[in-house]
Design a protein around this ligand. Structure first.
Ligand code: C2E
Ligand code: MG
Ligand code: MG
Ligand code: MG
Length: 281
């Protein structure tokens, strides 16, 4: 869209852009219908204790069961949802659905991570929504982790700090997602009540082979430990990456090596395996 071209760029009319605007509008309208028609579903990806590979929780990841296009990942619709504001009701739905699912699994100590979007984070009703969703599901607040990204903290650090403190007072935990890919500031890490740092896949992919990525992950783990935060490595796909991340002292891991995002029934199955007897406390 034109606004992404920067402030001073003239948006010249071209047919390609018209087509994309029409598609945008169409997608937007379709998504509203989809939300009302219950076409969104939540998949869950295992989060494991890195040394033992035990399941400690899951990350909720939204998908759209599109009537003609099949199962769509967030890359097909999250930006449009964000631009149109539909992300606020959609995000609220994901939160409630994930907490209700966690309650249905009924596994004491099992945790769920839910992603927040920028619009949701700025929404005045966020703290009330989270409190209501927790109360409605009966889930212990400490079993919910809300994931935010560095860019959400850039706008107004004082407002962001107020929101994070209010969420923290509910008893939920807070994670910085995709850490290292945005504008990381040591200042906000010190000032904000963050519990968990999620190290982006960009640093994990070559962690076993690239000395610089290894050094960066090592530094982030050291920083987290000094600030009494925990670390989660994202996108672990190989044994070598797993071994190296363990050696570097990363606490938790997520990635295709341990499990892809799957529907609630598949998680249920995982939970029923004796080896996964329950999350490590
Ligand atoms: P994210 O929160 O960083 O989620 C991790 C993404 O990495 C997921 O993609 C997951 O499927 C993928 N992934 C996990 N392990 C691996 C791996 O080993 N290799 C590779 N190549 N990829 C892996 P997904 O589900 O497509 O989600 C993409 C992004 O969409 C998420 O990134 C998050 O930013 C956003 N998103 C997903 N669900 C929601 C939601 O409910 N609300 C909001 N606001 N954003 C969401
Ligand atoms: Mg995430
Ligand atoms: Mg991430
Ligand atoms: Mg990511």
């Amino acid at each position: 869209a034109a606004k992404r071209q920067g402030r001073n760029a003239y948006a010249r009319f071209d047919p390609g852009m018209y087509a994309s605007l029409v598609n945008e509008a169409q997608l937007r309208a379709e998504m509203e219908t989809a939300l009302a028609a219950d076409q969104f579903v939540v998949h869950y990806q295992p989060v494991v204790d890195l040394p033992t590979q035990r399941l400690t929780g899951v990350e909720a990841l939204v998908r759209w069961q599109h009537p003609s296009r099949g199962l769509l990942g967030p890359q097909h619709f999250i930006d449009t949802a964000e631009d149109s504001g539909l992300i606020v009701p959609l995000g609220r739905w994901v939160l409630r659905e994930s907490l209700q699912q966690l309650a249905r699994w009924d596994r004491p100590g099992l945790k769920v991570n839910v992603n927040l979007s920028a619009r949701q984070f700025q929404d005045a009703a966020l703290v009330t929504d989270v409190r209501d969703a927790l109360a409605e599901s009966g889930v212990e607040p400490a079993c919910l982790t809300l994931e935010i990204t560095e860019s959400m903290l850039l706008q107004d650090i004082d407002v962001a700090a107020d929101t994070l403190h209010a969420l923290r007072r509910l008893g939920v935990r807070l994670a910085i997602d995709d850490f290292g890919t945005g504008y990381s500031s040591l200042n906000y890490l010190k000032r904000l009540p963050v519990d968990i740092i999620k190290i982006d896949r960009a640093f994990v992919t070559e962690v076993a082979t690239d000395p610089e990525d290894k050094a960066l992950v090592d530094a982030v783990v050291g920083l987290s430990q000094a600030l009494r935060m925990q670390t989660v490595a994202e996108g672990i796909e190989t044994d070598d990456q797993w071994t190296e991340l363990r050696r570097l002292g990363c606490d938790f891991g997520q990635g295709y090596l341990f499990g892809r995002p799957v529907g609630p029934a598949a998680i249920e199955l995982l939970l029923s395996e004796p080896a996964a007897a329950g999350p490590a406390r």
